[in-house]
Design a protein around this ligand. Structure first.
Ligand code: KG4
Ligand code: ZN
Length: 338
């Protein structure tokens, strides 16, 4: 077999990341997260782009150093072309193009959403790989999609969000409760001590396998306003129950759509990715579905769920084998279908 070292670069949102892969094995995966956005309660595109410019060189150096290889050993450079914030994508794209040109090695463009799914194929003795065909559900602060995966590069979107992503639903709900950004992990933590049926939030009526989360946010806003008018320490007194009820509603929506996708396709292998895959409730629900419905579920190591360059590297490797290279004229693409 060929022995290839691939440098991968990810800069689509607010994480600057570089990884080195040796074939399908990850030698290093460095992620510089941008704390600057916390004080704004969400990602500020212009600040993200500037932080990428500061981080990209040190992050790439560190990835090479941790993998203990020299840049002259690299076989190719893979980078996230899109989808994402244009100003952020431009930093990774320009860097990858220049470095590939300088080293005179192939350049490989990668679709970020494909990478979230193909992260399941990173060599890892602790996690099994799904077999084709399988269903992939990518749930994060930026995305919510259910995809039918028939082959590495044969993907079909079955459903996606029409408005907010599921992670956004967690974060915006948390913000309404006065919790710091990103609030998803805190809702998860408090939910574990609360009653999921304490409060009722309406589930959206969306046809097929698409999602909508903006209505939930609005109903939580009205709920909080109404209740705090009656009792201004309502949130404080009921925080655990509110969080448990919000999380319960979100999980019901996700599980309902997954069950519908299973029914529609007859496929029972489900691969989950994205930052929301860390949620303890979704993990418990998937485990239940394995026991009760015979589903087989897959969740990669957490560092390959959140935005990272290792997942870009595995796509780079798979494309390298196929000889699927890009040229120097390639441009970043903010909206880029899977
Ligand atoms: O994949 P990710 O790191 O970045 C992108 O958005 O692409 O995902 C971050 C999202 C945030 O919305 C965060 O609140 C959510 O994942 N998240 C969680 C949990 N951990 C992270 N949401 C619910 N429960 C968690 N345990
Ligand atoms: Zn992502």
């Amino acid at each position: 077999a060929e022995k290839k070292y691939i440098l991968a670069i990810e800069s689509s949102c607010d994480d600057t990341s570089a990884a080195i892969l040796f074939n399908d094995k990850v030698l290093s995966n460095v992620v510089a997260s941008q704390e600057i956005h916390e004080q704004y309660g969400g990602v500020v595109p212009e600040l993200a782009s500037r932080a990428h410019q500061q981080n990209i060189v040190p992050v790439v150096h560190q990835a090479l150093a941790m993998a203990n290889i020299d840049k002259k050993q690299l076989s190719a450079i893979a980078f996230t072309r899109g989808p994402g914030l244009l100003g952020s994508l431009l930093v990774g794209t320009s860097f990858a193009k220049s470095m590939a040109l300088g080293l005179n090695i192939p350049l490989i463009e990668v679709n970020h959403m494909q990478a979230h799914i193909l992260a399941h194929f990173i060599a890892d003795e602790n996690s099994a790989r799904p077999n084709f065909p399988f269903l992939a559900m990518t749930i994060s602060g930026g995305h919510t999609q259910i995809v039918l995966v028939k082959g590495y590069f044969d993907l079909e979107i079955l459903g996606e969000t029409l408005d907010d992503a599921v992670g956004e639903a967690f974060d915006k709900s948390a913000k309404l409760l006065g919790l710091p950004y990103p609030g998803g992990p805190l809702i998860d933590k408090y939910a574990q001590q609360g009653n999921p049926n304490a409060f009722d939030f309406p589930k959206p009526k969306v046809d097929g396998l698409n999602f909508s989360f903006s209505g939930l946010k609005t109903s939580i806003l009205y709920f909080v306003q109404r209740e705090t008018q009656k009792n201004d320490s309502f949130i404080k007194e009921n925080l655990y129950d509110i969080c448990a009820s919000i999380q319960h509603t979100i999980l019901e929506i996700l599980m309902e759509k997954l069950a519908m996708a299973v029914k529609q396709t007859g496929i029972i292998q489900i691969a989950i990715g994205g930052g929301v895959a860390a949620n303890s409730g979704i993990r418990a629900r998937l485990k239940e579905a394995e026991e009760n419905l015979g589903w087989k579920t897959f969740i990669p190591k957490f560092e390959y769920c959140t935005d990272n360059a290792a997942m870009i590297g595995i796509v780079g490797y798979l494309k390298y084998i196929e000889g699927d290279f890009s040229n120097q004229a390639i441009a970043a693409k903010a909206r880029y279908a899977i």
